[in-house]
Design a protein around this ligand. Structure first.
Ligand code: HEC
Length: 404
């Protein structure tokens, strides 16, 4: 019953988190788009202090948007702020971290072959990383480095890389990845809460008093702009991490941390092309380099185990022949506690990933995924709780090859 209810809880929290995240990143993309499409307004608008305007049509109506150089002469009665999208994404994300990783399936987080942690210590370490990285970021951005875009970007990348590597040494790959997502997401929400919001409040206060925004407001606004640029570069990597739990190929790789760093770098770099283009600078070479790096990554990660398994089959003598009974036993020992119509493992009510391996026919049916999960990436059995040996994996690989 507990597992059943936790499944519902996880669905509801995850759903909410995705909706909040879509609203946040969607609004942020929309405002970037607006900024980049403002045109020179007509004279009468300029006199009102409008620096750019645009027209759009959507949902059956015309919209006229105007951006003021400083602010309207008088505070409008209703002013829309965009902050709850960010806050609710963070809150639901943290809830999801607890529901899925800290309470629900510590198996996604704890890998006894890396560190024998209790769920409680694992959660403490995870939260410590998130809080620690936020603190480091805040110290750095408030210092002189904060004003030097390139240098800050490089230092931030190195810091994230170190955290990524360290988390990977302690946690299971999937848990390490999601913690990198939580770190980046928390930094992004911190940027809204600790920098962008205070700057907007100062601007609103100045307009309310009917004053020209002073030097202090200007400084806050400058820093808010830097923070918002950082968030902009982080959107693509964080979305990759949000969906990465579907890709054990990456997170369960021995060098999963380096793969994450490479994908993070490539996506943030590709974002750079769009940011430059918005400023009128066309540098397609950036996209070309990003594409080449992606192709290199695809090449580097290409599995070789499949071929090994093939060669092994060819050279396997009769004494090494794998029988159906061997496979039946192997699957029953290592997979069926979870992958059954009614799993005996209390953490599951239904076969995980919808894959029940009750018969050899079903093993054949899922042969490609099993090859990937149990032979190539070896992320199955989850956390290798059943202690599946390399020889058994080889056997399974050989048998799967023979079925083709
Ligand atoms: C302790 C429980 C457990 C055991 C034991 C286990 N699995 Fe899984 N398996 C899971 C869970 C949970 C998922 C879903 C993982 C996810 O969504 O990332 C899964 C997913 C899979 C998938 C789908 C992967 C994908 O990304 O599409 C395959 C294939 C698979 N398991 C094969 C196996 C095989 C083969 C064995 C035995 C050698 C095995 N599993 C043992 C829990 C288990």
């Amino acid at each position: 019953m507990a597992a059943y209810l936790s499944e519902w809880l996880s669905l509801i929290v995850r759903w909410f988190h995705v909706i909040a995240g879509v609203a946040w990143i969607g609004a942020s993309f929309y405002f970037i788009w607006l900024d980049n499409h403002l045109r020179e307004p007509p004279e009468w608008k300029k006199e009102k202090g409008i620096k750019g305007d645009l027209w759009a049509i959507h949902g059956g109506g015309f919209y006229e948007v105007a951006k003021y150089r400083l602010g309207p002469e008088e505070m409008p009665p209703v002013l829309h702020w965009f902050k709850w999208e960010a806050y609710s994404t963070l809150l639901s994300g943290l809830a999801l971290l607890f529901v899925v990783y800290y309470i629900g399936s510590p198996g996604y987080l704890i890998d006894a072959s890396k560190a024998e942690l209790t769920p409680f210590t694992a959660a403490l370490i995870g939260l410590g990383f998130i809080g620690g990285m936020l603190a480091l970021y805040e110290i750095l951005i408030r210092g002189p480095l904060g004003r030097n875009g390139m240098a800050f970007g490089a230092v931030l990348f190195v810091l994230l890389l170190v955290a990524d590597w360290a988390l990977f040494q302690i946690f299971a790959g999937r848990g390490a990845y999601i913690h990198m997502g939580a770190i980046i997401g928390t930094i992004m929400v911190g940027n809204v809460f600790l920098g962008i919001m205070p700057s907007q409040r100062a601007l609103v206060a100045a307009v309310e008093k009917g004053e020209e925004p002073g030097e202090n407001v200007g400084r806050l606004a400058e820093l808010a702009k830097i923070r918002s640029t950082h968030n902009n570069y982080l959107t693509l990597p964080i979305i990759f991490i949000m969906i990465s739990n579907h890709y054990p190929l990456f997170y369960s790789h021995t060098y999963g941390w380096a793969i994450l760093a490479a994908i993070g770098f490539i996506t943030a770099f590709a974002r750079h092309f769009f940011n430059l283009r918005h400023r009128g600078v066309h540098r397609p070479s950036i996209l070309l380099v990003a594409a080449i790096l992606t192709v290199i990554l695809i090449g580097v990660l290409a599995p070789s185990t499949g071929q090994h398994a093939g060669t092994a089959t060819a050279t396997a003598g009769a004494e090494n022949a794998v029988t159906d009974v061997d496979i039946q036993n192997l699957v029953s020992t290592h997979c069926q506690t979870c992958h059954a119509e009614s799993p005996s493992n209390p953490a599951f009510n239904a076969p995980p990933a919808g894959i029940a391996l009750g018969s050899l026919a079903s093993v054949k049916q899922h042969s490609a995924q099993i090859m990937q999960a149990a032979v190539t990436t070896q992320y199955m059995p989850l956390g290798n709780t059943t202690g599946m040996t390399p020889e058994e994996r080889q056997k399974l690989g050989n048998w799967l090859q023979e079925q083709k």
